[in-house]
Ligand binder design. Structure first.
Ligand SMILES: Nc1ncnc2c1ncn2[C@@H]1O[C@H](COP(=O)(O)OP(=O)(O)OP(=O)(O)O)[C@@H](O)[C@H]1O
Ligand SMILES: [Mg+2]
Ligand SMILES: [Zn+2]
Length: 286
């Protein structure tokens, strides 16, 4: 008993050994002069407070990192439940910074996408979206992924191709499916931002159109933003006896009208980047 009291006293005395050392004018390379507060702990350790602006920036960043970690975990869970792979490896490095602009149309496409992502919190209130339409290899997916990376810092975003979306819904029709069709449809209907790629690459069967219409219509009614990407031509045409479906016909008039009503349309119609890259590689290897 006695020993315990002694111990408490010692500890108590040690705690008392925090000495205020007053303040000192210090200088931060970034934020200039500040008053640093000095303390000495237990007569051993002396410490001076750091630049308060730097400290609050660091704390803010820690909070943001924590939120973004939680959001990522949430995204992983959604993707796992949907059986989605997320962003294909090929597009992992895509950003606004590495989108090359050789003409004004590209510059416009880039600035519209960047502006959209930066002001997403505003667009989201109205459910405004984007339609990226045009040639293959023009960087539609590249820019959509760049938007995803930006918006994902604050909101839940799903990127999915029509093919994978239809597959995820159809998978629920299996008798041993873990999830119901409604559950999967609800994810696509409710996620803050849905990016649907490769619209029109699939068959455009009635059933597929119905699933797409159901999701897009629900999002429209709930004012949820959707970005959709397609390399379908604006109108259906015949190519050597083969019908090439236009984006309007693929989606159906109703869905198309609703989508374009709430979306800024960006048209991509320059030379394919894949072609340019191939040519530059050929020239470089000569
Ligand atoms: N302006 C650009 N600057 C840098 N890279 C680009 C640019 N445009 C396209 N790319 C790159 O070229 C490749 C093809 O682009 P992407 O897949 O985004 O085209 P797309 O318009 O989605 O084509 P598709 O209609 O066939 O899906 C990607 O690796 C992409 O990163
Ligand atoms: Mg693409
Ligand atoms: Zn500082």
């Amino acid at each position: 008993m006695k020993r315990e009291t002694d111990f408490t006293n010692t500890l108590f005395k040690s705690e008392k050994k925090l000495t205020e050392l007053g303040t000192r004018l210090k200088k931060c390379d970034v934020h200039g002069e500040y008053q640093s507060i000095g303390r000495n702990y237990f007569g051993i350790h002396e410490s001076w407070s750091k630049c308060p602006t730097c400290e609050s920036i660091r704390e803010q960043k820690e909070i943001e990192d924590q939120i973004s970690r939680e959001r990522e975990a949430q995204m992983r869970e959604i993707k796992r439940r949907l059986g989605l792979v997320g962003v294909p490896v090929r597009f992992e490095d895509c950003s606004f910074e590495n989108y090359r602009c050789d003409n004004d149309d590209q510059r416009r496409a880039l600035s519209t996408c960047r502006e959209y992502s930066e002001n997403f919190d505003y667009y989201k209130t109205n459910g405004d979206g984007l339609a990226l339409l045009g040639n293959i290899g023009n960087g539609k997916t590249h820019l959509a992924i760049a938007i995803l990376k930006e918006v994902q810092k604050r909101h839940t975003v799903i990127y999915v191709t029509v093919g994978d979306l239809i597959k995820a819904v159809r998978a629920t029709w299996q008798r041993d499916s873990e999830k119901t069709e409604k559950e999967v449809l609800d994810y696509f209907k409710k996620v803050v931002l849905l990016i649907i790629d490769e619209v029109g690459v699939q068959s455009g069967s009635d059933n597929e159109q119905q699933i797409l219409f159901d999701i897009l219509n629900a999002r429209y009614n709930e004012r949820k933003s959707t970005i959709f990407l397609s390399n379908c031509p604006p109108r259906t045409y015949m190519d050597g006896g083969v019908q090439v479906l236009g984006v309007k016909e693929y989606l159906g008039d109703r869905t198309f009208d609703r989508l374009t009503q709430i979306s800024q349309v960006i048209t991509f119609n320059w030379e394919s980047h894949r072609k340019i890259a191939r040519r530059e590689w050929m020239e470089g290897s000569r």
